[in-house]
Design a protein around this ligand. Sequence first.
Ligand code: CO
Length: 184
Amino acid sequence: MSDERLTRPGARQVDKPLLPQDHGLVSLLLSRESRSGRHADSIDSRAVLGLIDHVGVAVSDLDGAIALYEGTFGMPLVHRETVEEQGVEAVLLDVGDGHVELLAPLGPETVVGKFIEKRGEGLHHVAYRVDDIDATLGELKQAGVALIDSEARVGIRGSRVAFVHPKSTGSVLTELVEPAPDHG
Ligand code: CO
């Protein structure tokens, strides 16, 4: 068997077959790197949104939802805040490097209250973490993406946030989050 010629005692037989794959991967990475080197006037050459920060879930019963996510699912509750101007009580739970954000309306006339009345409890938005929210908003504007917030505003836990309009995202309410420096 010709394979036996390549096999020394103690050597891993996979050493040889791995080499061509590694070479291909390096070539792929190099070609991606060279593509991203040019200045982008569109958003296809590198990640504008590269990391999910949290998923926002609209709930009617905040303590009941906490019992599920913290008690049953085992996600540590790391923050709880009432934001009067947004009409919500919000909770953040850690999951991996990201979070689940539970949003309970302070009343039926709030944004989340109307959401629950119209569509029921459930997934409310997806939030992406960015390093420089002003730069990201600028790139999205340049790409023609409709924004609810053309300027960042203050979010929970000292973050800066902005929402992208669902009409530009196939009805997925999309949030950008630049975390406070001590919560990156
Ligand atoms: Co959010």
